[in-house]
Write a protein that binds this ligand. Structure first.
Ligand SMILES: [Zn+2]
Length: 446
């Protein structure tokens, strides 16, 4: 597409020269198999931090943000999704709507070298369909907020590019990079975003990043963040783990002094508590403090992720205990060796056992699972986490010192059923629960 930058028109009229800036549109597509977290395309440059968009103000002019995704900041914070379906790391419009308009105010008129956009999804939310308008804000009749259905071209804006990255054939999923070279000088950019498919509700592009490169800005050499990963041996190398504080350098010292010694001691203890025939617990695991993790912490196989904000607040409180809980998940591995016909481990026990080990064995002094006589009436043995841990502690104390080992082995081997309680204690789980509640109502012995 060829355009004449509006601001230069007057000059052109004065000279008998027709100078035209040439807008070039480059589109790259990596299929699902080749897309990686680095967004490395053959032609479109990789996303960068600290570009002109990083400081710009992004405003939603039309359309609604989908609450399942990130906010507009995700478009210019320099962070990228790690996988092809990470809604919170992308901005996208509300499902089932007609997209919308995003206004970018760069703060002052700059000579833009490139506008680059990036998206990633496993399916129909990957490709990009949008128009880019630009303005220096000086044209007569300029509207700073050209909402739909107004045509921005009639309100002091010029159409820079129409982009549609949908391939003619083949799957839509994967990663897309779009680079608009030489869009001209502008202070304002307007993205008019359309949906990628007309049917169904999932045609909203997962936009991962928008970069705006200022021709006058010095080329920034990207320095990769310093990797802060401590590798730790357990029992002379019998097993190993890493703690990655690259995103949270402020947690490095705490991790080294307090967290690591506790986990070094407790992982082998936990593994020993949870044996079963022919099973070997993971010999390695990793802990990463990362903004990818929403909530408190999560364990995926032998990878644990913790949410930086929560840990910073809990360094003197629940931080280490919560990771002891996650270590139990690493050792549980109930997804392993599933036979056809295996029973599904009940969720309340999958979470109750880690909380039992954490609160009653790792930190009994913090008394984190106490249930007052007043709350006894509404307590449910299968309420999961601490309440179930309290129930387990009751049954263990009164009937069965080996209960955790037996429950764990049965769940891991896919043979858990409620009969196990009767076999181990002579009582059904409901009878045990009634007895437990009576004991709670009576309160602790004086
Ligand atoms: Zn858990």
């Amino acid at each position: 597409m060829k355009i004449i930058p509006y601001s230069l028109l007057a000059v052109f009229l004065g000279f008998a020269v027709i100078a035209r800036a040439e807008v070039k549109i480059t589109i790259d597509h990596l299929d699902k198999e080749h897309a990686t977290a680095g967004f490395k395309f053959p032609h479109v440059p990789a996303p960068r931090r600290g570009d002109a968009a990083a400081k710009a103000v992004f405003t939603l002019l039309d359309g609604q943000r989908d609450g399942g995704g990130g906010d507009l900041d995700k478009l210019h914070d320099g962070t990228l999704p790690n996988i092809d379906d990470e809604p919170a790391a992308n901005f996208f419009f509300q499902a089932g709507t007609e997209g919308g308009r995003i206004l970018v105010d760069l703060g002052s008129v700059i000579d833009i070298r490139e506008v680059n956009t990036y998206s990633w999804h496993s399916g129909v939310r990957a490709p990009q369909v949008w128009r880019l308008y630009a303005s220096d804000g000086k044209a007569p009749g300029f509207s700073a907020q050209p909402k739909r259905p107004a045509d921005p071209a009639t309100l002091g804006w010029r159409l820079v590019a129409s982009v549609d990255t949908r391939p003619k054939e083949g799957p839509l999923g994967g990663q897309y990079g779009v680079s608009i070279s030489d869009p001209g000088a502008a202070r304002y950019l307007l993205f008019d975003v359309a949906r990628t498919i007309d049917v169904g509700s999932f045609g909203q592009t997962f936009f991962s990043e928008i970069d705006v490169l200022d021709r006058a800005a010095p080329e920034v050499v990207e320095t990769p963040p310093v990797q802060l990963t401590e590798s730790v041996d357990i029992d002379g190398g019998a097993s190993r783990f890493t703690v990655d504080t690259t995103e949270t350098p402020d947690l490095t010292d705490w991790s080294h002094r307090e967290l690591i010694p506790a986990l070094q001691k407790w992982y082998p203890l936990i593994v020993k508590m949870l044996p079963s025939n022919g099973f070997t617990a993971p010999k390695t695991f990793s802990i990463t403090f990362t903004d990818r993790c929403k909530g408190v912490a999560a364990t995926m196989g032998n990878r644990i992720e913790g949410s930086p904000g929560w840990y910073r607040e809990q360094l003197k409180g629940e931080a280490i205990g919560s990771l002891v809980h996650e270590l139990v998940h690493v050792a549980q591995q109930y997804g392993h060796a599933r036979q056809p016909g295996a029973t599904h481990p009940p969720g309340w026990l999958v979470e109750g056992i880690p909380d039992y080990i954490r609160w009653y064995l790792y930190e009994p002094q913090s008394k984190g699972c106490e249930i007052s006589p007043k709350r006894a009436a509404t307590a449910r043995y299968d309420a999961s986490y601490r309440v179930s841990a309290n129930f387990l502690n009751f049954v263990i104390g009164k009937y069965d010192k080996e209960l955790i080992r037996e429950l764990n082995a049965a769940m891991r081997e896919g043979r858990y059923d409620a009969e196990l309680w009767k076999k181990r204690t002579g009582h059904t789980v409901e009878e045990l629960a009634d007895e437990w509640k009576k004991a709670l109502e009576a309160g602790p012995p004086p």
